[in-house]
Ligand binder design. Structure first.
Ligand code: AVJ
Length: 321
């Protein structure tokens, strides 16, 4: 075999989920597959767009309220493990890490990411940026790696799940996720979780329908990835990006619309698209404050505090088991 076992398993799952999603009614894809190397780069561009207010809003929270967040956590006393789900390049959490170090908190940082090169980059860069940081990168699935972290040490856990990544789940998936997360954690463990708040619908839609077409290329890149890694033959010119925000449900959704009747071949399987048929590409769920509280309640967490930016675009909630 030319492939390592790991790569074969990953590609098999990628192929299976892609085919299952495209054979479903309506057709869908899994947004976790957006993030290949090109997808990571396009997502960086998204975070730098004027329209994408989320990053600045959460950055503001981390920059100006890191001290208050640190106090909320250290008020509990004792050493802890700080586990970040989907750490990325840690540009936001680094403010928190810095503050924790400045305040002499006794902690070890465990960044978890599904992308191996993200973890490799962190291992290279974190020691340069924060020489005093005690950390261990974990490459893999959130829950598997979280379990691994609980095996490594029995210390109190503080889990970071920022960036509104919870938004990529619909409300019932988010509930299930929070229930599962709470089950892995122990009494008095803490979850810091970021939500994008409901706000002017135009503003939300603009963030997912930017003028320069960066979000469009983010979506189309997944077709490209399928072509490359799963031996597909998507014609990227035959699909159009469509984004939609429903202020009632808070669901912001991205679609690719087939511009014609067409048959696409993926790794030997044929998928038929009718003209105007859509593929659900991604959900970015928005929340109102009472909905966040309801989510905490149904999953058994106690709400400790909320940290918001000045404009109330975004909230990082602190929940306790
Ligand atoms: C990384 C899931 C928070 O939903 O806002 C940005 C991904 N997709 N633009 C989001 C995304 C299109 C992003 N999250």
């Amino acid at each position: 075999m030319m492939f390592s076992t790991e790569k074969t398993i990953t590609n098999t799952q990628f192929l299976q989920e892609t085919l299952a999603g495209l054979n479903a009614e309506p057709k869908r894809m899994y947004s976790k597959y957006f993030y290949d190397e090109t997808g990571d780069l396009i997502f960086q561009q998204i975070m730098n767009m004027d329209e994408y207010y989320l990053t600045d809003a959460e950055m503001e929270i981390m920059k100006y309220q890191a001290s208050a967040i640190a106090d909320t956590i250290s008020g509990e006393g004792g050493a802890f493990d700080l586990i970040e789900l989907g750490a990325g390049d840690a540009t936001k959490s680094i403010h928190l890490l810095k503050k924790f170090i400045d305040k002499n908190l006794d902690f070890k940082y465990f960044p978890i990411d599904i992308s191996a090169h993200v973890i490799a980059d962190l291992e290279l860069n974190l020691p340069l940026k924060l020489p005093a940081l005690n950390f261990q990168g974990l490459n893999g699935d959130y829950f598997e790696m979280l379990k691994r972290a609980t095996e490594i040490s029995e210390r109190k856990k503080v889990v970071l799940f920022m960036g509104a990544n919870i938004g990529n789940m619909n409300v019932s998936e988010a509930q299930e996720f929070c229930v599962n997360l709470r089950q892995i954690l122990a009494p008095d463990d803490i979850l810091i979780i970021g939500f994008d708040l409901k706000k002017n619908p135009q503003q939300i839609l603009a963030a997912y329908n930017d003028k320069a077409g960066i979000t469009r290329s983010f979506n189309l890149n997944l077709l490209n990835r399928i072509n490359r890694e799963l031996d597909g033959n998507f014609d990227l010119n035959a699909f159009e990006h469509y984004a939609n925000y429903d202020p009632e449900t808070g669901a912001c959704k991205s679609y690719l619309i087939s511009l014609k009747n067409q048959t696409v071949n993926i790794g030997g399987s044929e998928i038929h698209f009718s003209k105007d048929e859509y593929i659900c590409m991604e959900i970015s769920q928005k929340y109102a404050q009472p909905e966040i509280e309801a989510l905490a309640r149904v999953s058994g967490f106690k709400v400790t505090r909320y940290f918001s930016d000045q404009q109330k675009y975004f909230v990082d909630a602190v929940w306790k088991v």
